[in-house]
Design a protein around this ligand. Sequence first.
Ligand code: BGC
Length: 420
Amino acid sequence: MYFSALARTMAAAFALCASAALHAGEVEVLHYWTSGGEAKSVAELKDMMGKRGHTWKDFTVTGGGGQNAMAVLKQRVLAGNAPAAANIKGPAIQEWAELNVLTNLDAMASFEKWDEALPKVVADQMKYKGRYVAVPVNVHRVNWLWANSAVLKKAGVAALPKTYDEFFAAADKIKAAGFIPVAHGGQDWQDFTVFESVVLGVGGTALYDKALVKLDRAAMTSDEMKKSLEIFRRIKSYTDANSNGRDWNVTTEMVINGKAGFQFMGDWAKGEFLAAGQTPGKEFTCSAAPGTANAYTFNVDSFAMFQLKSWEAQKAQGYLAYLLMGKEFQEKFNLRKGSIPVRLGMNMEKFDDCAKTSSKDFVATSASGALVPSVAHGMALSSSQQAAMRAAVSEFWNNDKLSVSEAVAKLVAVSAPKQK
Ligand code: BGC
């Protein structure tokens, strides 16, 4: 059995790696972490692999959200030349495992007690038919609103908006003061990042879960969904004319350098503020997107491990898997990435207030049931469903002539396979 042979290999590799890098190998890793903050985070990992004598081979494919990376990965795997690891998330992990190209990490997972170290919702996503095939590195919260403190002050915005009424009142003031109220990058995954936060803010986790995760027709055609689309469109009127195609990190820069007031984005944006030398609570602020303080859209970056032929490469891969779940990596990486450790029971002392809030809210929402998977970031739907939903939402964002009812009809049509 290929699986059990691999399990033995992984266990042996792990035993070797844990003692010393007697036989170092090369590990090729596909990722899309190319922005300032992302590059600094991944440098921590390269450094830790290097310290054990392993060679890191970057396989980077630029493009926020990782869609480009997934397309390139497909070509490589189909050509029989898979990398050791790739940043693959959510249900896509299952899709790859079904093709029988991922390796079984169970030996290491049981030795290192991953089941106890991870929240169940995350551990389940890392497994295919009960066996670990991927390793999680973090938890990103998606439903954030970032703001430039000086811009808000100059515009006379005294408090961070908790509702959409407050948000639009603040946006008007920012506009009147001569700034761009909302920095936005017009790419489909960024459009959807804003959209899902609006749905969550308008209809709470009930609407979010029914309409966007379960693709339930009644929820999707509900008045709350229509209201969400109206608010989403209204937000667009506060963005600048050059947003089309703009990368997310270039968009964050507009908030960092005081051109814009707000950005809706996950907390990888914090990595950019930090890389620019800014401090949360001073030059910039993080707050939950309007109406979402008691909810949490999660996005877990994880590395799926591919089956490899060479023994050296398998050892390096085994060490990578071991390292990713380790406390040292989880702390160092997440301090830079903007996310929080996915490993339970980590000391959060070195983390800033945004991360502490995220960590507290992650725990609270997983207890209250208000922890929901980010659709924009591939945590809820199959790759094809997600792409279809994204396209429909972006069409609405880009085409002002499309009515709310037409947009609802499109969403219903593209999500038809999951209808009950
Ligand atoms: C990923 C992050 C990444 C961001 C921008 C998200 O989907 O989970 O790790 O920083 O996209 O590329």
